[in-house]
Design a binder for this molecule. Structure first.
Ligand code: KG4
Ligand code: ZN
Length: 343
């Protein structure tokens, strides 16, 4: 018997993502991004994102279906990000998913965006061993989670107390005159730099918690660059990018491995846009190998927001026989990470 075909819809930030998944098999992953429309503002403008979702929704669903060689009538269940995320952006996805569910008569799951970032790894590396530790780092979130059961039990261990890791990349990029979103540009610039050139601060490094802080680091980079400029010296962009990136990767991997050790868990999943960072991936691989922890990081295209991750979590819920969300479930911009499925 073939596994049910699940359509996933993601609109929590600036990516309109639609994925089709059967079991752990990825059949299509269509993404329309409004990132270019936000570039001149240096950050995502919620109303601009919502409007872009509205325009991209139906064409992106059609693109995903055609790539998978499927029709809407073939879909067995629909999953959509219910939260957390931008309220207006979430609303577009949730309304569209409700319309598709109503039109097709198929069950609808409102799912948690963070759990979906973890679930997507199953499309690449197969079933996730339980329990696992998950490090989720993106423009909107930086969290460490204990995942005893992806479908029912996600326990927050810690989160950023100020900026998200990706937000720090974006703000530092702006200081260095690099375009938005800054992460990929810093990653590229850092390749030519010395990561030990400047000792930038590592917030909450050894405080014994699983929380993060990146706002002090961001400020330190800005002050350092200002001091160079004030002295009439050029800012060595590659060295600053490499040293900043090293500070972020060092703190993230240290805290993630400390969480593995404290909980006795030997599987670590990393997800979210910042998981695309080359130094974070390399340092995580190195430190996990030294600690005897199995590292799982999806390919970069599945780390950033996409619909496949939502479909992957939806497929997991369907496989477990989880009851669908009530038809009147609401988008919830601050959906707690402990709530995998909207009631
Ligand atoms: O997961 P994502 O696509 O959307 C959010 O949920 O925020 O993550 C976007 C974030 C941005 O802050 C971007 O600068 C960062 O991920 N990012 C990176 C890299 N690629 C994307 N940060 C560091 N290195 C990268 N290679
Ligand atoms: Zn995300």
């Amino acid at each position: 018997m073939t596994a049910p075909l699940v359509l996933g819809i993601e609109t929590s930030c600036d990516e309109t993502g639609v994925g089709l998944v059967r079991g752990h098999e990825l059949l299509a992953d269509a993404v329309a991004s409004s990132v270019d429309e936000h570039a001149r503002f240096g950050g995502v403008v919620p109303e601009v994102a919502s409007r872009a979702h509205l325009e991209a929704m139906v064409p992106t669903v059609e693109r995903a279906l055609s790539r998978a060689g499927a029709r809407l009538a073939d879909v067995d269940a629909i999953a959509v990000t219910a939260g957390p995320g931008l309220a207006g952006a979430l609303l577009v996805g949730v309304c569209a998913a409700k319309a598709y569910a109503l039109a097709t008569g198929k069950p609808l799951y409102g799912v948690n965006h963070l759990a979906a970032h973890v679930a997507v790894d199953q499309l690449e590396h197969g079933p996730l061993p339980a329990p696992a530790i998950a490090l989720l780092v993106s423009g909107g979130h930086s969290s460490l989670l204990l995942v005893p059961d992806l479908a029912t039990d996600v326990v927050p261990l810690g989160a950023t107390i100020d900026d998200a890791a990706g937000e720090a990349f974006d703000k530092v990029a702006r200081v260095l005159g690099l375009p938005f979103p800054g992460g990929p540009h810093i990653d590229r610039a850092a390749a030519a730099g010395d990561r030990n050139a400047i000792a930038f601060p590592r917030g909450k490094y050894a405080d014994g918690t699983s929380d993060f802080s990146f706002s002090g680091l961001k400020t330190a980079v800005a002050r350092w660059a200002e001091a160079r400029e004030a002295a009439g010296e050029p800012v060595p962009v590659a060295d600053v990018a490499a040293s900043f990136q090293e500070a972020v990767a060092d703190v993230l991997t240290r805290k993630a491995l400390a969480a593995c050790k404290a909980t006795g868990v030997d599987h670590l999943v990393i997800g979210g846009g910042v998981a695309a960072n080359s130094r974070l991936r390399a340092l995580a691989a190195e430190r996990c190998a030294a600690a005897g922890v199995q590292l799982r990081v999806p390919r970069p295209g599945l780390c950033t927001d996409n619909g496949a991750m939502v479909a992957a979590l939806g497929a997991e819920l369907v496989a477990r026989g989880t009851p669908p969300s009530a038809p009147e479930f609401a988008a919830d911009s601050s959906l707690p990470v402990t709530q995998v499925v909207a009631a």
